[in-house]
Design a protein around this ligand. Structure first.
Ligand code: FAD
Length: 136
């Protein structure tokens, strides 16, 4: 099992519809390839965890790398892991800077990030997500 984490900057003109489209395509693609993960958007930036068979994860990442809907895609973690941190999520998405309750996938600004995460989530990933949403 392989885990890849990257960060990127969302294109400024990216709309909620664009995000919804990305999620639709991703849910299907990831489900078919048994890829699980988590995408967080915060203040114009993305951080995504992708987990699965290494070849599958790398193939999806190759597509994500050249996607013009974001820039500066930078891998920050690439590691072999024993088990998935997000076994139930083919593509979970949370936007942490949106107005409270404006969409079903938007969490409240003051929601602690650890309340979103599976209880078994590795501490180092939780730390990364915590940093990501607090650093601007
Ligand atoms: P295609 O058949 O090539 O396209 C599917 C649909 O997406 C089409 O409607 C096409 O018009 C549209 N599309 C494809 N590429 C672009 C593009 N560059 N700009 C605008 N529209 C486009 N994909 C995943 O499969 N899994 C993920 O977890 C995932 N996470 C992403 C996270 C972020 C932050 C971003 C920006 C993109 C992510 N994507 C993800 C999308 C990925 O970059 C590719 O667009 C997608 O994987 C293409 O899938 P496909 O080859 O099946 O689709």
């Amino acid at each position: 099992m392989y885990r890849l984490v990257y960060v990127s900057h969302a294109r400024e003109s990216l709309t909620d519809d664009d995000i919804a489209h990305i999620l639709d395509v991703s849910v299907n693609n990831n489900y078919e390839r048994f890829i699980t993960g988590f995408l967080v958007q915060s203040h114009g930036r993305f951080m995504q965890v992708l987990e699965g068979e290494e070849d599958e994860v790398r193939q999806i990442y190759e597509k994500i790398l050249v996607d013009h809907r974001h820039t500066g895609v930078t891998q920050i973690v690439g590691e072999t892991v024993k088990e998935r941190a997000f076994p139930d999520w083919s593509m979970n998405y949370h936007r942490v800077d949106g107005p409270a309750g404006s969409a079903r996938m938007v969490v409240r600004r003051d929601e602690p990030i650890d309340s979103l995460m599976p209880a078994t989530m590795p501490r180092d990933l939780l730390y990364l997500f915590g940093k990501f949403i607090t650093v601007r």
